[in-house]
Design a protein around this ligand. Structure first.
Ligand code: SF4
Length: 382
């Protein structure tokens, strides 16, 4: 299933999502710009932007195997981290000027540990300690962590990152979030002008392009979509829930069976932009810490926030008139394994159709995926 609108903007987003070193990123580097990679959305892009650098969310797009990484990571590590570290070892991330992690999960931590010892570049590596609980004390804790990160970035690159620069970066990233929410809101109607696969391409591109260029392209896309007649030819409206899904072709397989993905709760989707960072707070690092710890629906690596997440999903189901929810999880991701188990229990009690899919990072077993989605659509009478 493709949208009827074939725009240049959509083409550029798809291109930026389908490669690591996309044309916009290459242009930025050729112009002398620096790029700082980061694992996990709890590393605030705003601090990297405030330094004048381009934040790049780590992916393993285009990976063809894990033979180099398998010397350091085991089969029990999720295939995202193995494919990603493989690309690092084969030199495909040599363009990075820095890398930042947080302890989102043990699999990601092992990438940091191995990178430190086995990879020579870049010289700036930083690890943030992200709390497990989400109270006021943890907001203070994370604020201090962010201050250490800001100071070490500034001292490594010999610069100052002022509060004014941070506020300006917060405003610019909120502007990006507002444009992304406008795209999502277009999908609430009976004839969404854009598919779930196309939307994911737009969202992933937003973590790999300079802000101004991205904002301009997204504004162009929104204007063109406003004139589109939209998609009416679908069997069911679906929501997709899970972690690090960055491959639009996975959603395309689902949509080719007739289930249009109208919304999500994904790390590259609504979870990173459904709320703005509060611009009225007193201190920029405090508001960034609060955004990570308290304001967002949170992911399963946090303790005691399942109810908040479930409420977020219920609101989405109602707002986007969702007929069924698909949960996706990378094999051996323990966080999402127990989260989907609990969601399945909630959904059974509430009568929400729910399909749980395990997958590997690289798209495979497509025949099985098609069959399971077809059976799911039939089971909900579509
Ligand atoms: S998918 Fe799960 S295991 Fe893999 S990096 Fe994300 S949180 Fe960690």
């Amino acid at each position: 299933m493709d949208s009827k609108t074939k725009t240049k903007a959509l083409q550029e987003f798809t291109e930026a999502t389908g490669t690591i070193l996309n044309p916009a990123l290459r242009g930025w580097k050729e112009g002398g710009g620096k790029v700082v990679g980061y694992f996990c959305s709890y590393v605030p892009e705003e601090i990297i932007t405030a330094a004048g650098f381009l934040p790049f969310r780590m992916r393993a797009t285009g990976s063809t195997g894990t033979e180099l990484a398998d010397r350091y990571l085991s089969d029990c590590n999720c295939s995202f981290v193995r494919n990603c570290f493989n690309m690092v070892l084969s030199g495909e991330y040599d363009f990075l000027d820095g890398v930042v992690w947080c302890n989102s999960c043990d699999h990601v931590r092992r990438v940091h540990d191995n990178w430190k010892h086995k990879v020579k570049t870049p010289s700036f590596l930083h690890f943030l300690s992200l709390p497990k609980k989400t109270g006021e004390k943890q907001v203070r804790w994370y604020q201090e962590e962010l201050a250490l990160f800001k100071d070490s970035l500034a001292s490594h690159f010999g610069m100052e990152i002022t509060d004014e620069c941070l506020w300006e970066a917060i405003r610019r990233h909120n502007q990006k979030r507002r444009l992304q929410r406008r795209l999502y809101k277009l999908r609430k109607g009976e004839r969404p002008p854009v598919t779930g696969a196309e939307t994911l391409a737009v969202m992933v591109a937003g973590t790999a392009m300079p802000l101004e260029q991205y904002g301009q392209l997204l504004s162009d896309l929104l204007s063109e979509l406003a004139r589109s007649e939209g998609n009416a030819n679908y069997r069911a409206r679906l929501m997709i829930v899970g972690g690090i899904l960055d491959d639009p072709s996975y959603i395309k397989v689902i949509e080719d069976q007739g289930g249009l993905v109208v919304t999500d709760m994904l790390c590259f989707g609504s979870k990173i932009m459904w709320e703005d960072v509060d611009e009225g707070a007193k201190e920029p690092l405090e508001t960034l810490a609060r955004y990570s710890i308290k304001d967002r629906p949170g992911c399963p690596r946090f303790f005691g926030v399942h109810e908040r997440r479930a409420a977020f999903i219920r609101d989405m189901i109602r707002e986007f008139k969702v007929d069924g929810v698909i949960g996706e999880r990378l094999m051996f991701c323990d966080g999402w394994a127990y989260e989907h188990y609990m969601l399945d229990k909630d959904f059974k009690e509430e009568g929400v159709p729910h399909l749980m899919l395990d997958r590997e990072y690289l798209l495979g077993a497509v025949g099985q995926l098609r069959t399971r989605v077809q059976a799911f659509l039939e089971s909900i009478g579509r």
